[in-house]
Design a protein around this ligand. Structure first.
Ligand code: GRF
Length: 205
């Protein structure tokens, strides 16, 4: 994966890393439009770290406990990102809210995947909340990250039906399947210049 000329991305994870994996699988070829230069986790035990390492990708765990405060933690994250030459940060199950100053520093260069049809169900437990609300449709959203939680411009969405027998697990699985398609597709479109992000907005070329 090293030495490519694609868009340099960092993937931020906190756990399982299945969306990270989907991105790595989609752009594994040396001449691919996307080059993952860093996988960063705020959890030393994140499962995704091992799988990234086994592919020879640079990984780093920067855990909050090792820093005196949030600013110091984010300063360490910033340094790692800048040293890696990252052009786009892809949050993929990264469970830490980034400060307004971090987001401003990487303005228009951070995207996230969220398991709901934003602006519906921001935050946690989205599948449970979709079921409780009796939603007919649920899904996932790739969006720009701004200082407001799950609040940046929507880039793309995929929707799935909520079925009568669904529980949280079955619904989450149906959504996750779509996440694994949607996220690589969006990252690829940004890498190819088919989507342009500027001033907090996303437009086709
Ligand atoms: C995904 O559902 C993603 O939408 C949400 O957190 C979950 C992460 O899963 N932000 P994984 O770590 O990518 O497997």
């Amino acid at each position: 994966m090293a030495g490519g000329s694609g868009l340099k991305i960092a993937i931020f994870i906190s756990g399982r890393g299945s969306n990270m994996e989907a991105i790595l699988n989609a752009f594994g070829e040396p001449d691919s439009p996307v080059e993952t230069v860093l996988v960063l986790s705020d959890q030393a035990e994140a499962m995704g770290l091992k799988s990234a390492q086994s592919r020879g990708i640079t990984t780093i765990a920067i855990t909050r406990d090792n820093y005196e405060n949030r600013d110091a933690h984010e300063a360490a994250i910033t340094e790692a990102v800048e040293q890696s030459g990252t052009e786009l940060i892809c949050l993929a199950g990264f469970m830490r809210l980034l400060s307004a100053s971090f987001v401003a520093r990487f303005a228009d260069r951070i995207i996230n995947i969220h398991p709901s049809l934003l602006p519906r169900h921001k935050g946690l437990d989205t599948h449970k909340r979709a079921l409780e609300a009796g939603d007919e449709w649920h899904g996932c959203t790739v969006h720009l990250v701004n200082a407001e939680m799950d609040g940046g411009a929507v880039i793309a969405q995929a929707r799935v039906p909520v079925l009568p027998d669904d529980d949280e697990e079955s619904l989450a699985a149906r959504v996750l399947e779509q996440e694994h398609k949607l996220y690589p597709a969006v990252v690829g479109m940004i890498a190819k210049g088919e989507l342009v992000i500027k001033d907090g907005r996303v437009n086709p070329r």
